[in-house]
Design a protein around this ligand. Structure first.
Ligand code: PEP
Ligand code: MG
Length: 847
């Protein structure tokens, strides 16, 4: 057997110190020492040594104490990963009556008293585990007692409570501190806390013992921390603090009179830069060395003792997502890290924080409801319960939150007018969620503890809180929470660094990223975020605004093919203009247009008032309109006359759309913007559906070629949204140029799980581990994934050059993109606002 490792390892440039054995802090201190920074003598304990101490082994602290020069020392935690936390730092170990006397003689009783009193308090509370309240009134600068009396009282209290005098032996103090820190790490709550941050169950703790630089005494003394970038923006800026005649802030320090100086020259008062220009210059030089050699922006903790600088510690600067991007890009631009490393350092999900307003995490949160985080960002406004209310509110210039049980297509106008959306029902791919993501609108769905009472226009929580229409609430779509009142917000900042990082990501990734875009506004956002085309244009979404809805409804109510043809004739120029607009905005990039996919009744009003209005608009009796709407209603509209079934039953609808697409393409080419449209057939389950629609589309194309005298090509594709289409993909592939998997419906149909109702039990299901995650959010690799693999393999066997894509909501999810890339897909398509996240996630995969 090998000899037991030594308990203590002095940190020198060559000592065998590693983050895995001694923790990140020990490793970082060694790096600082190697870089020549003035770090006081420091000794590291490995996690094995700390574990043995927790188990009862007595460390040889007498040797350690004399090795460090018999002066005061500090002990700090050093876990493998700084995020895993650890017990708090203990300062001034070694303080006793003798040291107190020495310090009194050297620095005066007042300063010596503060150190001693604080140490007794800390030791009593953290090592002897006495009640902090016992020592609460004993401030060193308290008006009621002299500091000397306070020390006496503290020592007496300690002895009363523990039945022994306060330990005077520094080696014993140190041994007890090490033992208590080692045991604190093993405590249940500490364990749970670090496991929540990703620490493994057996994560160990290292400790570092450092000779104290006191920060008090003659000459310029004090302590501070300095960093060279702003933690919120990531821009170069010196920030931090410096306090004279002080040690690092202490919990019992509230009334401290230590003088605080500015770090850099400041007309408002004295600064470290003015008082000690050399120290200041050294600190700046240390910062630069750390940045260049540790390849990171560090915050340096320092102490001055009679004008001499000691660097106690350095930690990675805490940063917002925006700062993380700015820092990574700036390090790469300066050649300190390669671009690949800059890309690796930014978590894709964090980018969405730069695209939307966010609730300021530092502010208070009064959460009254929780649901599914359906669309990121935060918004606040007055509660409205109807789309009319939302539009009226928008007209008054007042932000509002649209609160609904669930949304239907006719709520789109309300969603356009609202600042945010909150629904009682629904899941990740319910109507509200999909539309909100497309609009970049913060949204929480499936807040099932809420009850909306439309009669008295209130919103109630299960525990009895009631919010009336007009009251201000905040929707946090990033966390899936609804908050009472207004809260502090952080503004979005897709800045230059953000764009640069994404441009770099594009040079690395090897899977295409397109956007799902229905309107010119979506398309502009998609272009702005460098989507490589439109992967899904849901054409039915083009008809929920203004006059268009009425014409659409006329078409639905047509009694004869002639009447229908007349309505379609009016829809044609609208659609042609829509497509022309999209082609122009996308500038030659592919635009994939999906033919109508919607149960017709969804175009009809749901309420009696709405039906009455429609009857007036169509100049028909209400009973007629109502009967018609009832006739169109289906028991399960998601599995009814949707998609291609509509196209086969009423061929003239798809023919109108095809004509509009082709004429727009010809027109776009005439304007110098040639476009190759892609047309996609939704909800296919049988190859014959494809054959029938293909023949019709080709004959419309031939007619447009004839009438315009212009060449015209298009690419035909099928949406694979039913399990049968995936299984028959080999046969379907013979007729088309591409397949795009609509994983929203494919998930719904594979599980037999309604995407609009899943929110009701999804939380419980995930919590109970029935599903590892919401399959509408993260692709179910085992089930739906197998259909993707099977479909892709069968299709490619028939047509090796076939383009394969995913255009369901999963297209914007990092894990799902990884699966698609592995399966050899050509691109994914997601909501415009998710494009940046997808670009970065895809680059991570290719690194
Ligand atoms: C899908 O089903 O995955 C899809 C993209 O279509 P929609 O969400 O419009 O049903
Ligand atoms: Mg679908």
């Amino acid at each position: 057997t090998s000899p037991a490792p030594p308990d203590f390892q002095e940190i020198t440039p060559t000592a065998p110190i590693a983050a895995a054995t001694h923790g990140w802090r020990a490793k970082c201190l060694q790096r600082l020492i190697r870089l020549g920074l003035p770090v006081p003598r420091t000794v590291a304990l490995s996690s094995d040594a700390v574990r043995a101490i927790a188990a009862g082994r007595a460390p040889d602290t007498a040797a350690l104490w004399s090795g460090l020069g018999e002066v005061l020392v500090s002990v700090r935690p050093s876990a493998r990963n700084p995020d895993w936390g650890g017990p708090g730092t203990m300062l001034n170990i070694g303080m006793n009556d003798r040291q107190h006397a020495v310090l009194c003689a050297r620095h005066g009783a007042a300063r010596a008293d503060v150190l001693y009193l604080r140490f007794v308090q800390s030791y009593a509370i953290h090592v002897a585990r006495l009640d902090p309240d016992l020592f609460a009134g004993l401030a060193a600068e308290s008006a009621d007692t002299t500091p000397g009396e306070s020390i006496e009282t503290a020592l007496r209290l300690y002895e009363q409570e523990t039945d022994e005098p306060f330990p005077q032996d520094p080696a014993r103090q140190l041994a007890e501190v090490l033992r208590s820190m080692a045991r604190a790490w093993e405590g249940t709550s500490a364990r749970l806390l670090r496991q929540a941050k990703g620490a493994p169950a057996d994560a160990g703790l290292g400790l570092v013992v450092q000779r104290m630089a006191l920060g008090i005494g003659q000459g310029e003394c004090g302590t501070g921390a300095i960093q060279f970038v702003d933690g919120t923006t990531g821009r170069p800026q010196i920030t931090g603090r410096y306090r004279r005649q002080a040690q690092r802030p202490h919990p019992h320090d509230e009334g401290s009179t230590a003088e605080e100086l500015f770090l850099t020259h400041d007309p408002r008062g004295p600064s470290l830069q003015d008082l000690c220009p050399e120290v200041y210059a050294d600190l700046c030089a240390h910062g630069e060395i750390c940045r260049a050699r540790l390849r990171e922006e560090m915050q340096i903790e320092f102490t001055l003792e009679d004008g001499r600088l000691a660097v106690l510690d350095a930690v990675r600067v805490g940063r917002s997502s925006r700062a993380a991007v700015a820092i990574a890009v700036s390090l790469a631009r300066d050649g300190i890290i390669p671009r690949e490393e800059a890309i690796r350092r930014v978590e894709p999900r964090a980018l969405s924080e730069l695209l939307h307003r966010q609730v300021d995490p530092r502010g208070p949160r009064d959460v009254f409801a929780r649901g599914i985080a359906a669309s990121p960002g935060a918004a606040q406004g007055r509660i409205v319960f109807t789309s009319d209310g939302a539009q009226a509110s928008a007209a008054r210039g007042e932000p509002c939150i649209l609160v609904r049980r669930e949304t239907a297509p006719e709520d789109i106008r309300g969603m356009h007018a609202a600042a945010g959306v909150l629904t009682e029902r629904g899941g990740t791919t319910s109507h509200a969620a999909v539309i909100a993501r497309g609009l970049g609108l913060p949204c929480v769905v499936g807040a099932s503890d809420l009850r909306i009472n439309l009669r008295d226009r209130t919103l109630a929580t299960r525990d009895g809180r009631v919010f009336a229409e007009g009251e201000v609430i905040t929707v946090d779509g990033t966390r899936g929470e609804a908050l009472a009142g207004e809260v502090a917000m952080l503004e979005p900042a897709p800045d230059d660094a953000f764009r640069t990082l994404l441009d770099w990501a594009d040079t690395i990734r090897d899977i295409g990223i397109r956007a799902n875009a229905d309107t010119p506004q979506d398309a502009r956002i998609a272009r702005d975020f460098h989507a490589e085309g439109i992967g899904l244009c849901r054409t039915e979404h083009m008809f929920f605004e203004g006059d268009r809805l009425t014409v659409m409804r006329e078409m639905i109510f047509a009694d004869s093919p002639e009447e229908r043809a007349a309505a379609l004739e009016r829809l044609l120029p609208m659609q042609r203009a829509d497509f022309l607009h999209l082609f122009e905005i996308m500038h030659g990039l592919p635009v994939c247009i999906r033919l109508f996919d919607l149960p017709l009744h969804e175009f009809l009003p749901q309420s009696r008032d709405g039906l009455l209005e429609l009857a007036k608009a169509l100049d028909r009796p209400l009973s007629d309109v109502t009967r018609r709407a009832e006739a169109l209603a289906e028991f399960n509209p998601m599995l009814g006359m949707r998609g291609v079934r509509l196209g086969i039953t009423f061929p003239e609808i798809y023919e109108m759309q095809a004509r509009a697409i082709f004429e727009a393409a010809v027109e776009s080419a005439a304007r110098g913007r040639p476009a190759v449209p892609e047309i996609m057939i939704p909800l296919v389950s049988a190859v014959r559906e494809v054959e029938l629609i293909k023949t019709r589309l080709e004959s419309v194309a031939a007619a447009v070629r004839n009438s315009s005298g212009q060449p015209l090509t298009f690419r035909l594709g099928v949406m694979v949204e039913t399990p049968r289409a995936a299984l028959r993909a080999g046969e379907i592939a013979t007729h088309v140029a591409f397949l795009s998997f609509g994983t929203n419906d494919l998930t719904q149909m594979t599980y037999g799980l309604s995407r609009d109702d899943a929110g009701r039990f999804m939380g419980a299901y995930v919590q109970a581990g029935v599903y590892p995650e919401d399959p509408f959010h993260t692709l179910d690799v085992d089930g739906v994934g197998e259909l993707l693999l099977t479909g892709a393999a069968r299709a490619r066997r028939t047509r090796p050059d076939l383009t394969l894509a995913v255009c369901g909501e999963h297209g914007g999810n990092a894990e799902s993109i990884a699966f698609c890339r592995m399966a050899g897909f050509d691109y994914v398509s997601c909501s415009p606002f998710r494009v940046p996240v997808a670009r970065l996630a895809a680059a991570h995969l290719a690194l």
